[in-house]
Design a protein around this ligand. Structure first.
Ligand code: F6P
Length: 320
């Protein structure tokens, strides 16, 4: 193998740049050439592909976003789109591909491998942490810290005004961000898609705490469980408490990656290159119990990642 490609696809996540840097520098270390494919799989179709050297990836380890840009490419989902992409793979002499992204991107990589035999290695890169076969995906830790910082700030104003705040966070159809950030931020209630919730209970808890002297509360809602606006409206209606809603939205995707995400991205990126060189394909580099592990892509794509419900119960106990 002499030349590999790297791309980022789907929603961006802090630490993707650190992963690109690791892929490029590890490959160069072993004498491989690296091409960067721009805007996910669109770059393959549009032949938007450029050589990367050690300097191309200087000064990016601390930056959020992705220097390669990203996209969710509809055309790549069609056989015609993939045929054009394959032509460019051949034209640019790409012999192996590292895909950094989430489940949708892995799906694209797996199909491409199946149809044309191009060796692919995937790195989990999404703030949602919804990828099975890895304890953490690149970007999750940063997003959680961003949410916790926001909760801290909201708590200041919630306390001063004696208000109830509903904070809606991302996570697609999962509650990993909500649960982790809710526990770390001391939320009074956490609403996630993986557990049924009762507004009656949440309101009863708010009223109980109010009677005990707590006149402010934070409720974290995962976007996949309910609309923060509706939860806020309902709480206000049922309790009469001054209730405000904050939707954190896309700010959760930005910002400088935490040290954890940078180290994770560096380890996974380097391993992916190593495995490609060893002739491996159709794998994801995951991180389980402190070790980098190789997981079959099929397995990753066919399993839903379980959330730690013990953590959910613990959050309930600790918030009284
Ligand atoms: O997958 C990352 C994510 O930020 C999800 O948490 C969210 O549901 C979705 O992407 C938002 O996508 P878009 O950026 O296309 O609005």
């Amino acid at each position: 193998m002499q030349r590999i490609g790297v791309l980022t696809s789907g929603g961006d996540a802090p630490g993707m740049n650190a992963a690109i840097r690791a892929v490029v520098r590890k490959a160069l270390y072993h004498g491989l050439e690296v091409l960067g494919i721009k805007r996910g799989f669109s770059g393959f179709i549009e032949a938007d592909i450029e050589p990367l050297n050690a300097w191309s990836v200087a000064d990016i380890v601390h930056r959020g976003g992705t220097m390669l840009r990203t996209a969710r490419c509809e055309k790549f989902k069609t056989p015609e789109g993939r045929r054009i992409a394959k032509e460019n793979v051949d034209r640019f002499g790409i012999q192996g591909l590292v895909v950094i992204g989430g489940g949708g991107s892995f799906h694209g990589a797996a199909i491409f491998n199946r149809e044309f035999g191009l060796p692919v290695m995937c790195l989990p890169g999404t703030i949602d942490n919804d990828i099975s076969g890895t304890d953490y995906s690149i970007g999750f830790d940063t997003a959680v810290n961003t949410v916790v910082e926001a909760i801290n700030k909201i708590r200041d104003t919630a306390t001063s005004h004696e208000r109830t705040f509903v904070v809606e966070v991302m996570g697609r159809d999962t509650g990993f961000i909500a649960l982790t950030a809710g526990l770390a931020g001391g939320a009074e209630s956490i609403i996630i898609p993986e557990r049924p919730f009762s507004l009656e209970e949440i309101c009863a808890r708010l009223e109980r705490n109010y009677r005990k002297g707590t006149s402010h509360s934070i409720i974290v809602v995962a976007e996949g469980a309910a609309s923060g606006v509706e939860i806020g409206r309902e709480i206000k209606k049922r309790t009469g408490f001054d209730t405000k809603v904050t939707i954190l939205g896309h700010l959760q995707r930005g910002g400088s990656p935490t040290a954890f995400d940078r180290v994770l991205a560096s380890m996974l990126g380097a391993k992916a290159v190593e495995w490609l060189m060893q002739g491996e394909s159709n794998k994801m580099a995951g991180y389980v119990a402190g070790q980098v592990v190789s997981v079959d892509l099929e397995r990753v794509l066919n399993r839903r990642k379980n959330i730690n419900l013990a953590l959910y119960d613990l959050a309930g106990i600790l918030s009284i």
